[in-house]
Write a protein that binds this ligand. Sequence first.
Ligand SMILES: Cc1cc2nc3c(=O)[nH]c(=O)nc-3n(C[C@H](O)[C@H](O)[C@H](O)COP(=O)(O)OP(=O)(O)OC[C@H]3O[C@@H](n4cnc5c(N)ncnc54)[C@H](O)[C@@H]3O)c2cc1C
Length: 352
Amino acid sequence: MSGAVLVVLEHDRGTIAPAALEALTAGRALAAQLGTTLEALTVGSNGDSLVADAESFGADVIHQAHHALLTDYNPEAWGEVVAQMITATQPAVVLATGTDRGNEVLAQAAARCDSAFVANCLTFEPGQPGGTFGVTRVRWGGSLIERATVAGTGTGTGTGTATGTGTGTGTGTGTGTKLLTIAHHAVDASPAANPGAGTATVFEARLDPSVARTMIVARVERPAGVTLATAPVVVGGGRGVGSADGFAPLQSLADLLGGVVGCSRAVTNLGWRNHTDQVGQTGTRIAPDIYIACGISGAIQHWVGAMASKKILAINTDPQANMVTKSDYAVIGDLHQVIPAITAEIERRRAT
Ligand SMILES: Cc1cc2nc3c(=O)[nH]c(=O)nc-3n(C[C@H](O)[C@H](O)[C@H](O)COP(=O)(O)OP(=O)(O)OC[C@H]3O[C@@H](n4cnc5c(N)ncnc54)[C@H](O)[C@@H]3O)c2cc1C
């Protein structure tokens, strides 16, 4: 049994996710608290290039899982690989990114190992009285901070209240390895003062093709440069836009302002836009100088992804819509008339 803290490094064909460096940083601190070593796991041979990153963040051992099915992200296959690593090395803790992928992979692994899994942690408090392991974690899109206790073996659950505190305990029959994800931005990524040993070791995963039920069949490459998460201007569209084609005027306005188009989940559910454009709890959290929210009601799950915007302009036919009442500026009207009018006015002024 290694008893190590094992960090699963999220990457896409060898490009490391920024959140993975946060996970390594948090993992290093947790390993120091537990008096154990930091190890890392890369999934897929295209992740072999991440050894230097892991080493500089303090990893002593980097397990490199190889298999032909691991070229692209695949939640079932990645989860199976993590489960096999747990069986093979018995780490004390497996830590991953608190992203959609990190949470999905550890949920897959936890179900396979019957282990405790707690998502989106902010802090870790191992060594509590009775040998329990305490955590604080984010719930409900950031509106609740929960204090929970992860039982030594099995699945732990917690309860909390909207006042911002909560307690929970869990029991069950698992491997004893705790599976945790660290919430995005809970820690700042910082390399170790002293790099780890950085010993790379190949782990030949055993994967039956039937495990790979979710496959990437096409990749949408965003143009380099401005992204939804970093754009200074986001023009967001909701169900009120009415159709996929209805987004053309929003795109024109975004192009004019050097911004990008975002959308609500209603829009992605309807298939009008790709999930990569979705703003919100289960999409991207944005922080532009201005968010122009068109035909979006402002449900809490959308709002938590938009509330870091410096200014919000809502365009909506409903003056009572959440997005309108919470915005800095609002135009009450039909977006199909208002957006072309704004675009025309900007073009007119730029031409003079
Ligand atoms: C677990 C969970 C996670 C979720 N995650 C997300 C998430 O990440 N992001 C997200 O967005 N949602 C998320 N949702 C869904 C969320 O609850 C809402 O259902 C969704 O945000 C509503 O999208 P909408 O505002 O486009 O649609 P609606 O709520 O239907 O609002 C449409 C708005 O358009 C206005 N409108 C209609 N016609 C016009 C017009 N011609 N001109 C101007 N205004 C018009 C209406 O007045 C209304 O305000 C999540 C839900 C759950 C349960």
